[in-house]
Write a new protein. Structure first.
Length: 95
């Protein structure tokens, strides 16, 4: 039987909007679950260009934002994660 380990720090963020920066892109959405190997987001977008990172991290300002399918969860593999931070909102998409 596999024992699950859930980091208390990440578990405290469940239900909040988070920005997860990975080695290739940034994903933003509501954190629904913390699995042993992945974060699960709903209502997620991926950010191709943040422009000034300070402005993005403070205000959620992003230059290029694309939505994921809103009816499907997004799983972000923890092995690719650089950092996780809370956000005040999901940035609007460029539709």
């Amino acid at each position: 039987m596999t024992q699950e380990y859930v980091c208390p720090t990440y578990s405290a963020l469940i239900g909040q909007i988070v920005s997860i920066r990975t080695v290739t892109m940034t994903n933003v959405g509501r954190l629904e679950a913390v699995l042993p190997e992945a974060f699960v987001l709903s209502g997620a977008v991926w950010i191709a260009v943040t422009d000034r990172f300070r402005d993005y991290s403070k205000n959620g300002t992003a230059k290029e934002v694309e939505p994921f399918d809103p009816d499907r969860p997004v799983f972000v593999n923890k092995a690719a994660v650089i950092d996780v931070t809370t956000m005040c909102q999901v940035p609007p998409t460029n539709d």
